[in-house]
Design a protein around this ligand. Sequence first.
Ligand code: PXL
Length: 283
Amino acid sequence: MNIKVAAIHDLSGVGRCSLTVILPTLSAMGIQVCPVPTAILSSHTGGFGEVEMRDLTDYIVPALAHYKRLGYSFDCIYSGFLASKDQVDHCLDFFAAYPDALKVVDPVMADHGKPYKTCTPELRHRMKELAAAADMITPNLTEAAILLGEDPSYMPKNRAEVKSMLARLSHLGPSTVVITSVYTGGESYNAGYDSKSNKYWCVPFRRVNASYPGTGDVFASVLTGSVLKGDSLPIAMNRASEFLELAIMTTFSYDTDVRDGIMLESCLEYLTSHKQMSGYELL
Ligand code: PXL
């Protein structure tokens, strides 16, 4: 019962995103995180002005070589924010080195219809290749549209359009697709599809009038941890959605600077108990 995840994400000093939230989240779920940093940044790129960044593209391949020399194994390879297009190849190298591991790609590229500052057109193009090689992907709506080569500012109008996006994303390669933070017909929900069972799932959540960075990273981490511990897809989605709702509602009540992300520390206790869940429906 020692689940190990190689987490290929950046380390941002300020703003609670990527490794600074992935490490505590998965640790609270009893899962060992082995970070493979893609870059070090003074903060995330969402509102703190000029960011100090060190690209670690030349680190990932030698780190993998070390793990191979050791015969060290991982149960899951989980990638997120990449600092250069070449890091796509390095993630694919990790996937190839651990064929039995669960391959999770959070295609961190964009939000609210716009790419992040560091996400170049080449990286957006290559992210599609990485997503195709994954078992599970967790795009938000903007990233889902980019992966499908569609207008990233287009918002689906109803559940049928969301189901079509899920199916088309799965056709790229991954058997499991979860689109986060969907809003259609006056309801907010996370939407999932498992091509093995051909079932579509929906987990509704309450939305507040604020957007916090790093929520996608926390959602994908809880989802991944939950699946690794043997939960079904709808239960894993339910666990991730409920935790995010708790953390966002907690944070919103304190009226903090949104750039600081969610108040993860005060909510982690929720993740240490593995209670059973039933807050999902078919999409
Ligand atoms: O949460 C996604 C993310 C990860 N890493 C960095 C970011 C962002 C989103 O803004 O800037 C560096």
